[in-house]
Ligand binder design. Sequence first.
Ligand code: HEM
Length: 511
Amino acid sequence: MALLLIIPLSLILLLLAYNLFQKFRYKLPPGPKPWPVLGNIYDIKPVRCRCFHEWAQIYGPILSFRLGSKLNVVVSNAELAKQVLKEHDQTLADRHRSRSSARFSKNGKDLIWADYGPHYVKVRKACTLELFTQKRLEALRPIREDEVTAMIESLFNDCTKPENKGKPLKVRRYIGTVSFNNITRLTFGKRFINDKGELDPLGKEFKGILSSGFKSNKTSFLAEHLPWLRWLLVPLDTEKGDAAMHNARLDRFTREIMEEHAKVKSKDVGGIKQHFVDALLGLKDEYDLSEDTVIGLLWDMVIAGMDTVSISVEWAMAELIKNPRVQKKAQEELDRVIGQERIMIEEDFSNLPYLQALAKESLRLHPPTPLMLPHKAKAHVKIGGYDVPKGSIVYVNVWGLGRDPNAWRDPNEFRPERFFEEDVDMKGHDHRLLPFGAGRRICPGTQLGINLVTSMLGHLLHHFDWNPPNDEEIEMKEAPGIVTYMSTPLQAILAPRLPADQLYKRVPVDM
Ligand code: HEM
């Protein structure tokens, strides 16, 4: 019995001694006082970007806290973001993998969860030089236009139904479908949803895999950060078993699609396919990519590209409904440039500066990945004069950067005009505005993401007037998570504004 007590007590003492040693050895960034063993697990609020923003008002633009014994560092201004993502980019480009992300990525065999090293450099090169080229983006444009017009048709049908007159629609359903179809078509060359909005059997399996991954990802917060409690909270066998089952299901599903594409390719029917799965099958040998890496990469695109786009559009529409002046100004621009006899296409973007500015303004206030993805220090570095020891998890609070009063005039105001007063880049060059991150790990889908968001917003504004249900206040709060959905899904009353019903028809393409 005594032995049973001695072991955990000595472990706790060791941990305390280690923390004390670190405290005196290093000059760590200030932060909330950690509890012994638990760290700040009970101080942290669920919507982390807001919590860190509040802490930054108390402790300053660089702060630290502990989850269990793990040191986490958050930076919240442009100067420090530059130190993290430019000056010390390479040292801070590793990824912190939670236990579940380590299992699902087969310990970083993909891109998102890989540490920065030869594997990462090789896979990233394949993405940059082959997957996200201007040529491929252009070749896949008809898919984007098909899906955006399908969304418009479906919104039109629903809002003009007599029984729906004056009733609000849940916007997320429609924009979520565009993101879903876009990503599945772009990645796997499959549209899993038919014209009636129903999922086919393969689509059901795809959604099943997504939600089982999500469920298994919800390992207890305590179990994640307190390794010594883990065996009590989540039986190891159950966790391992769930992950193995999930991975086997995902591999089976993806292999079937890959085989199907390989067969079509070998028969050489139809022109060269541009979907990511075809591209990666063609590149497997040239870049020496294992099957695990190809599968991991395909699912990375799904995970990173699906929610981010629809979240961005939902927040932007909420801002436009709250700010009728901006909505009207954007519609005037669309009418002036495009008129009311045709629909917008991506080639129109360059003539629609206000539309581009409002997409940027929305990403400033509502970056869908508000803390980017967690980086990890490969070696000890100094940031802002403080020590960041090897192994620390480092976050850039992109959400906080966009609301920093030292960087932005009236930061909480939604005012796209600010980008005409000063041109601010959002592709990683200006560290005040980093919705896509910056440096080595910047989002490889940046241009695709911008095109999708701008195209969806342009169509939604050109085709409809948007109003809140019964003049209700829209709640602008974030739901907790790595990506921040609106906590209350946006509802809106729509009225068509173009004269011909023909302009509300889907423009389908078969690719
Ligand atoms: C509005 C849309 C999007 C936003 C705001 C966004 C933002 C981000 C951010 C902040 C990161 C993390 C950067 C870091 O950790 O330093 C990231 C990573 C990533 N994004 Fe995006 N993203 C968007 C759309 C997309 C799309 C459409 C795709 C692909 C189809 C994509 C693929 C990826 C991948 C693969 C990574 C991991 C890169 C790495 O770890 O090296 N993203 N994205």
